[in-house]
Ligand binder design. Structure first.
Ligand code: NDP
Length: 297
């Protein structure tokens, strides 16, 4: 088998962001205000700070209003919930994102469920999870929403294809499976208790790895001609010379690429799509809140 084609998530994300920016301009013309996205960051987790910084830059670049609310790690639950409720009540706010993970003393589920589901651009509220599960229009979690776009661009009609999703988190695995099911794929969800995972993975036309284990999926787990979507972001230990550890996915890329027809690299695959989908969700939420029809993105 020849080496797989690398799926260019950066290019797909750039194209989507351009469409979102055009949609935001059109929205501002009709609603006489820009779409508004507000991000809440509690504490100083360095990875979260990097993600939030990237989101802040992206929202302004897309022609949206918004701000990052940076709160100290010691912030109490009442104070955080007060801020979320204030953003819920603000008519200029279309999207609210509370960056996870939260410090241990804060109840993540309670905070997420306080966000107005219509402004829940991360798609983590139980109302949006429920709507997705029953096939209703919902705000869908950004990472799986980005993955399904890449998969559809790659495979077109997914009817009857076998998709194996490794991972069953509420953030990635479960919504990913729902999205594939909605496209009429035959879906298997695998997790840490799944038996014979390599053999099962090898039956997949579409293999999605969302595990958080560096290079767990080996080349001989991949069916010839499969589409492989690697959601994992894992940093390897720093090198002895002090160089920063390499970023790798959940898939052993070089081995898998010998079997797959197409595969997302890490970095540059799924990652860039996540922020682009966040902007897309904000644009959709803004239109819904103003009673306007959202553009096709
Ligand atoms: P979670 O830790 O919440 O879930 C991991 C899942 O993998 C669980 O369902 C777990 O099973 C399963 N799992 C763990 N070990 C194994 C194993 N040995 N065999 C089979 N399944 C296993 O992670 P997330 O879903 O939040 O994230 C997954 C990965 O995606 C991470 O690397 C994360 O960094 C990355 N990520 C990337 C994003 C992006 O923008 N590209 C966004 C979000 C996440 P069980 O349920 O049985 O414990």
């Amino acid at each position: 088998m020849n080496a797989a084609r690398a799926i260019d998530g950066k290019a797909a994300a750039a194209a989507l962001r351009e469409k979102v920016a055009a949609g935001a301009r059109e929205f501002a013309r009709k609603a006489l205000r820009k779409p508004g996205l507000h991000v809440v960051l509690v504490g100083e987790d360095p990875a979260s700070a990097v993600y939030v910084g990237a989101k802040e830059k992206a929202l302004h670049k897309a022609g949206m209003d918004g701000a990052v609310h940076r709160l100290p790690a010691s912030t109490g639950e009442d104070e955080l919930l007060r801020l979320v409720r204030k953003l819920n009540a603000d008519p200029t706010v279309d999207g609210i994102l509370v960056q996870l993970p939260l410090p241990d003393h804060l109840d993540e589920a309670k905070v997420l469920d306080t966000i107005d589901p219509e402004k829940d651009v991360d798609g983590f509220h139980v109302v949006n999870a429920g709507k997705l599960a029953v096939g209703k229009e919902a705000l869908v979690p950004c990472t799986p929403a980005g993955c399904i776009r890449l998969i559809k661009e790659e495979r077109g009609d997914l009817s009857g294809l076998h998709a194996v999703v490794i991972g069953r988190s509420n953030i990635v695995g479960k919504p990913m499976a729902q999205l594939l099911l909605a496209e009429n794929a035959t879906v298997t969800i695998a997790h840490s208790r799944t038996r014979n995972l390599p053999e099962l993975a090898k039956t997949a036309d579409i293999l999605v790895a969302a595990v958080g284990r560096p290079e767990m999926v080996k080349g001989d787990w991949v069916k010839d001609g499969a589409t492989v979507i690697d959601v994992g972001i894992n940093r390897l230990a720093p090198a002895e010379d002090g160089a920063k550890g390499r970023l790798v996915g959940d898939v052993a890329y070089d081995e898998a690429a010998r079997h797959a027809a197409a595969i997302t690299p890490v970095p540059g695959g799924v990652g860039p799509m996540t922020i682009a989908m966040l902007l897309a969700n904000t644009l959709v939420a803004a239109h819904a809140r103003e009673g306007l029809e959202a553009p096709t993105l």
